[in-house]
Design a protein around this ligand. Structure first.
Ligand SMILES: NC(=O)c1ccc[n+]([C@@H]2O[C@H](COP(=O)([O-])OP(=O)(O)OC[C@H]3O[C@@H](n4cnc5c(N)ncnc54)[C@H](O)[C@@H]3O)[C@@H](O)[C@H]2O)c1
Length: 325
């Protein structure tokens, strides 16, 4: 299948080899920063197309990958769908719910397949945690805490540090955790959030977001774009039979289980040693869906839900009130 990539920055360049490994060939690249398109196209013998809307209409493109800043996702999804192209779109699906609805409606009307890159569903550690919960390893889950943080990204033209464009750490970064929470525990009922986004243009943003899920679980997600360097992810899932913890700086995943009459010794479960990048796994899942082999792990409706959770958290932080879904 022939792939056209719109947005050839960090993620466009990162996705290209993953897509190729999954069976796509990169045939066209578009980016307003010409060197970005040219350098990516040169690696794959692809053509550079100056106008991204024109790329969506190319007869020799079967699938369009949208890796631009978030506010532009919707317009390219609509255009690609109009020309009957299947679509890979980076997360967050769109900047607003109205855009999500328009983009989803366009894909449905055109009958094209739309896949949004909620890659955390493909991280082996997160898969293992979800599986252990489903297997009842820690019993009935009561609380979940996650943390995702690092240096504030800049992006081309510093768009990550423009809240109107990126939605800050809440919509751009911890949306990964919002999506995974809903994947693992079902829909949320309400959310309360606090954030410190006033200095986002200086590279400082921080948010603490607490969901009550419909099944009663309390889940707190913390996100930081304020580290001096580095990046880390933490997960803690507490159940009535024990606790699962994950610290990305200290693989592997650990489970401490309660034994009869006291604490059992810590059980270390081999997780990771990653064979396949989760970014490749999402492309392989998308390819399998295109080939009619299976349904995708992420549906477009899941991607809309993730944006809904992110925007509700932002609304809650602004109003200093809980928001109900
Ligand atoms: N899944 C993940 O782990 C992950 C990580 C980082 C970013 N992202 C998402 O990927 C997307 C891209 O982020 P990035 O880090 O690659 O940003 P980036 O700034 O590195 O790259 C974006 C590219 O899009 C180009 N661009 C800007 N406006 C455009 C337009 N109107 N039409 C076409 N191209 C345009 C820019 O010139 C740039 O080359 C964002 O939605 C971001 O949230 C996902």
């Amino acid at each position: 299948m022939r792939l056209g990539i719109i947005g050839c920055g960090v993620l466009g360049k990162f996705h290209a080899p993953c897509a190729v490994k999954a069976g796509f060939s990169v045939v066209a690249c578009s980016d307003p920063v010409k060197e970005n398109a040219e350098s990516l196209a040169a690696q794959y013998g692809a053509k550079v197309v100056n106008d991204a809307m024109a790329l969506c209409a190319l007869p020799d493109v079967d699938v369009v990958a949208i890796c631009t800043p978030t506010p532009y996702h919707a317009a390219y999804v609509v255009e690609a769908a109009k020309h009957g192209k299947h679509i890979f779109c980076e997360k967050p699906f769109c900047r607003t719910l109205k855009q999500c609805e328009e983009a989803l409606a366009a894909a449905k009307k055109a009958g094209v397949k739309l896949f949004v890159g909620h890659v955390v569903r493909y991280f082996q550690e997160f898969c293992a945690i979800k599986q252990q919960i489903a297997d009842g390893k820690v019993g009935k889950v009561g609380t979940v805490r996650t943390y995702r943080g690092g240096q504030s990204p800049l992006g081309e033209g510093a768009w990550f540090r423009d809240f109107e464009k990126s939605g800050g750490v809440t919509l751009d970064c911890i949306i990964h955790d919002f999506d995974w929470l809903r994947y693992a525990f079902g829909d949320p009922e309400r959310v309360f959030a606090q954030d410190l986004r006033e200095r986002i243009d200086e590279g400082i943003d921080y948010a603490m977001v607490t969901f009550r899920m419909k099944n009663g679980i309390i889940a707190t997600v913390t996100g930081s774009w304020a580290h001096p360097s580095g990046f880390k992810v933490l997960v803690e899932v507490c159940g009535d039979n024990g606790m699962i913890t994950f610290d990305s700086r200290e693989a592997p995943l650990a489970s401490q289980l309660r034994g009869d009459g006291g604490m059992a010794p810590g059980v270390v479960l081999p997780a990771s040693p990653v064979n396949d990048s989760p970014y490749y796994l999402e492309w392989a899942d998308f390819k399998g869906w295109l080939d009619g082999k299976h349904e995708p792990r992420v549906t477009p409706e899941d991607a809309v839900w993730a944006v809904r959770m992110g925007l509700a958290a932002i609304e809650s932080a602004e109003k200093q009130q809980p928001v109900t879904f």
